[in-house]
Design a protein around this ligand. Structure first.
Ligand code: PLP
Length: 424
């Protein structure tokens, strides 16, 4: 089955003439249209803000585009906070949702005035020491983990009870009680219960749980809940033929829960926050790589010039990424290949037993849906260098938004070893 590409073979070759394969390429128009739709889906909520999960795609050029649509950043590390700072995001537009957090990262988040989302009850004491004489910030969020299984009607299931994040319900109440005595005035509740949900049901269902919880906490402890953070987990259709999420439907579903639970409780001022990553950029990025070898042993292999270093999801969790052979979109898929990278690891395969058109050496392969958790997960195993990132602009022109790594980048941390100085 076919899946559309945002790039033609001609355009891909044009880019490749300037920036050799492999490269990641992003579709500016797709990203902008999607951001417009997200904004529209939650326009009913006055305080709505999407805090883009920086870990999904930490490219400042892309995050600068999101900023135009009112997005903030969801950060979970020192360098992610730096990125938000360099993009001049104000503190209230930076969410710091971390776990197992080092003290210096909390200190930095405090300095930026970021909204801190506490992952655990014990972090209250931990953070208090760092706050020092200044005391706690006036606004704090806590992360909830309901435990058990989280199941949706289409059979999608995740296992919060087995995840390291968040606090139990009792701990959450306890945290709010303590934080109130420490002078916190505005509270947020956060939860992330299922990953890559390709169903319009996830956010509304999560919203229902968190809204009821918020009402309960607000009534029991008499605290002001100022926002509820639905976090990430809204998925994308990696498989061809899979029906994609409809963000307008999702927004409507959350609105219904809001009107039926929060408004009657007199909590119609609660802002809705999201921390979507995958849904924002995933479908609007592709990894373009060239077939450089074919190999016939017990199976048929196509070797390409990208490897798991450029896109780790298939190797890491057997994730499906659709592949289109550019220029052969309409050719019959009458060959079965394993499409491999060059790492000395047998899991370095972008596809296993995949039916594809006959691939010739030099063909360009377009690996779909690499725009989130793609480049971002890159690493340097086998001394492989990370590739460039290109932005395909709305007028069809393109721009490099991150250069490819060079050997000098790779050896940069050996500047303590004389032979690796001056690599240029
Ligand atoms: C990973 C993550 C996200 C983004 O998840 P997606 O599935 O990419 O939307 C949001 N919030 C937190 C805390 C995360 O860890």
């Amino acid at each position: 089955m076919r899946k559309e590409t945002f790039l033609t073979k001609e355009k891909a070759e044009e880019i490749a003439a300037q920036f050799p394969t492999p490269f990641h390429v992003y579709d500016e128009k797709g990203i902008r249209d999607n951001l417009t739709a997200i904004k529209k889906a939650f326009a009913w909520n006055k305080g709505f803000r999407e805090y883009f999960a920086v870990k999904a795609n930490p490219n400042p050029f892309l995050i600068r585009i999101m900023k135009e649509y009112g997005c903030g950043c969801d950060c979970s590390s020192y360098t992610e906070l730096m990125l938000a700072e360099r993009l001049s995001l104000p503190g209230e537009a930076i969410m710091f949702s971390s776990n197992d957090t080092p003290a210096e990262e909390y200190a930095y988040a405090l300095k930026l005035g970021a909204v801190i989302n506490l992952d655990d009850l014990t972090h209250i004491d931990f953070l208090e020491k760092i706050c020092g004489a200044e005391g706690f910030p006036k606004t704090i969020s806590c992360r909830f983990n309901p435990g058990g299984l989280f199941e949706m009607s289409n059979g999608i299931m995740d296992n919060p009870g087995d995840s390291k994040y968040g606090m139990t319900k009792d701990q959450l109440f306890e945290a709010f009680r303590i934080l109130k005595t420490k002078g916190v005035e505005h509270f947020g509740i956060h939860a992330f219960l299922a990953s890559n949900t390709v169903t319009n049901e996830y956010y509304p269902k999560l919203a229902g749980i968190l809204f009821s919880l918020a009402k309960d906490i607000s009534e029991t402890l008499n605290v002001h809940i100022s926002f509820i953070n639905l976090s990430g987990g809204v998925g994308i259709a990696y498989q061809p033929g899979q029906e994609a999420n409809d963000i307008l439907e999702i927004g409507k579903g959350v609105e219904e829960q809001y009107r039926s639970i929060l408004e009657p409780a007199g909590m119609g001022d609660v802002a809705i926050y999201t921390e979507m990553g995958r849904f924002v950029t995933g479908p609007y990025g592709a990894l373009v790589t060239r077939a450089i070898h074919e190999k016939h042993i017990y199976k048929e292999y196509i070797g390409c010039d990208a490897c798991a270093v450029n896109l780790m999801r298939p190797a890491m969790y057997g994730a499906y990424h659709h592949i289109t052979v550019l220029g052969k979109e309409n050719a019959p898929c009458d060959h079965v290949y394993d499409v491999t990278g060059s790492l000395c690891e047998n899991n370095d395969k972008f596809a296993i037993d995949r039916s594809l058109p006959e691939i010739g050496i030099g063909d360009l392969l377009y690996i779909h849906d690499a725009g989130a958790h793609g480049y971002a997960m890159g690493y340097n195993y086998n001394g492989k260098l990370k590739c460039a990132e290109i932005l395909l602009k709305q007028d069809g022109s393109f721009e490099m938004i991150r250069r490819a790594e060079t050997p000098a980048d790779y050896f940069a941390t050996f500047d303590c070893f004389p032979e690796f100085k001056d690599l240029g």
